[in-house]
Design a protein around this ligand. Structure first.
Ligand code: GDP
Length: 459
């Protein structure tokens, strides 16, 4: 077992403020000796939850800094243990000296995420909330930060807890039906169980949808721009990014490698990848570029297929790329077709729905129709500016929710096809486990280690 998920008796210390210089820098201690260590540096007792202005000294009496000492007795602290904060001046050297003095007095350096991990192990936060702290700190947009705050306050966890409660009720019902088959009413056959499974499926899908939006806000959507050479892919990347990231030339095969850009559309993070033009090529470098283009497309959330709309065979050009895309990447990967160069084709900017596909007429050069594309991208990711009551979520959560949904579906089929209560019970147990892994009620040491080690030190 890893030691990560077990509380040791150590008192930990780390700089809690961001690296660099600032007006104030905070050193934080947590553990049974936090108070004693804090008081030894402050040279006087610390009253709980009072701000004390003190000179901080090391064990030899050397004056290191002066500032505020704060003591939060457990369990009413962030970690649930005794916590002391020393708020000194925000310079890296002076803060290091304070940390060294704390270590000399009996503390040890905290591992990344260890404060949050202790808060989790002491039931101050569940796992999804602890992850929301890291997401809040790493947020790159206002919306992402606000949704992480909602997750931290428990919005996502409450949804999961409600699902877990419903699964538990159902499990009790099904297990009872199996254990007491002599009861007059056949619980499994009376249709109520099937009804409840279906209701749970609907609820789970709703949470999954909301979590997708949350994960999108945190992690962004990957959009790969693909198409024939000279269709205007690089121009489109530049128009979306609002800067000249890609080299635009009338010479075919200019973009030979992939180019990446991170942008926001009204707060929605977007990872755009521009790829080499897709065509038959004898040039080895270009061939490699084309291979990478397909590789990027395989991991995309959506492909923007750019076509030169001013060429007479625009429709044919886009149609010709479909079978290859479907064959290589499957038909499920969504594609938006962009008919570029609307200024030359003379067609007005527009969004056209054609047999389930979306075609957007625009000009990357003049910018006409770019707002339609931005709006379309927001729509297809189910993104709303208002943000509303969205909460942050991670891909790990989506995978767990999808697994829970798959278990429920398997259970429903067992019940429907064979009336098999035992198999349904087993599927419900697996569904329960999958949901439990989100909030950490059921979690392995490796998972905890993986999650907390990705945090920054001092958190
Ligand atoms: P890529 O090879 O697909 O990346 O295409 P580029 O972005 O390099 O563009 C190829 C050529 O088409 C360049 O000369 C661009 O200036 C031109 N171009 C791109 N978009 C438009 C557009 O919307 N209108 C016009 N008139 N020319 C464009």
């Amino acid at each position: 077992m890893s030691t990560l998920s077990h509380l040791d008796g150590d008192t930990i210390v780390a700089i809690a403020t961001a690296p660099g210089r600032g007006g104030v820098g905070i050193v934080r201690l947590s553990g049974t000796a936090a108070r004693a260590i804090g008081e030894s540096l402050c040279g006087a007792p610390l009253t709980p939850r009072h701000a004390h202005f003190r000179v901080f000294r090391d064990s030899s009496g050397q004056q290191l800094d002066s500032g505020i000492g704060l003591y939060f007795p457990g369990p009413n602290s962030f970690t649930g243990e005794d916590v002391v904060e020393l708020q000194g001046h925000g310079g890296p050297v002076i803060l290091d000296l304070l940390v060294k003095a704390c270590c000399a007095a009996g503390a040890r350096l905290a591992r990344p995420g260890e404060f949050s991990e202790r808060a989790f192990l002491n039931d101050k936060l569940d796992l999804a909330q602890a992850e929301a702290i890291a997401d809040l700190i790493n947020s790159t947009t206002e919306q992402a930060a606000l949704s992480a705050t909602r997750s931290l306050q428990g919005a996502f966890s409450r949804e999961i807890d409600a699902l877990v409660e419903a699964v538990t009720r159902l499990r009790v019902y099904v297990e009872a039906a199996i254990d007491f088959p002599e009861e007059e009413i056949d619980f499994l056959a009376d249709g109520k169980v099937a009804e409840q499974v279906e209701a749970l499926q609907t609820r789970l899908q709703q949470v999954l949808q909301a979590a997708r939006q949350g994960s999108l806000l945190q992690e962004g959507m990957k959009l790969v721009i693909a198409g024939r050479p000279n269709a205007g892919k690089s121009s489109l990347l530049n128009a979306l990014a609002g800067q000249d990231t890609a080299i635009v030339t009338p010479i075919e095969g200019t973009t030979r490698d992939v180019l990446r850009e991170h942008i926001q559309i009204d707060g929605m993070p977007l990872h755009i990848v521009d790829t080499a033009g897709l065509r038959e090529s004898a040039d080895l470098v270009e061939q490699e570029g084309i291979r990478r283009a397909w590789e990027e497309m395989a991991s995309a959330d959506r492909i923007l297929l750019v076509v030169d709309g001013s060429s007479p065979d625009a429709d044919i050009a886009s149609a010709a790329l479909w079978p290859e895309k479907n064959q290589r990447l499957g038909a499920d990967l969504p594609v938006t077709v962009v008919h570029n160069k609307a200024d030359l084709s003379g067609r007005p900017p527009a969004v056209i729905q054609q047999g389930g596909d979306t075609i957007i007429e625009l000009s990357a050069l003049t910018g006409a129709g770019m707002d339609l594309l931005r709006e379309h991208l927001k729509q297809c990711m189910g993104y709303s500016d208002a943000g509303g009551d969205s909460f942050s979520a991670r891909r790990r959560h989506l995978a767990a929710l999808a697994e829970a949904a798959a278990c429920l579906e398997a259970g429903r089929e067992q019940l429907q096809l064979a009336g098999a209560g035992e198999l349904l019970a087993e599927d419900l147990r697996r569904c329960h486990n999958a949901l439990g892994s989100i909030t950490g009620v059921i979690s392995s040491d490796e998972l905890l280690g993986e999650i907390f080690s990705s945090f920054c030190i001092g958190k």
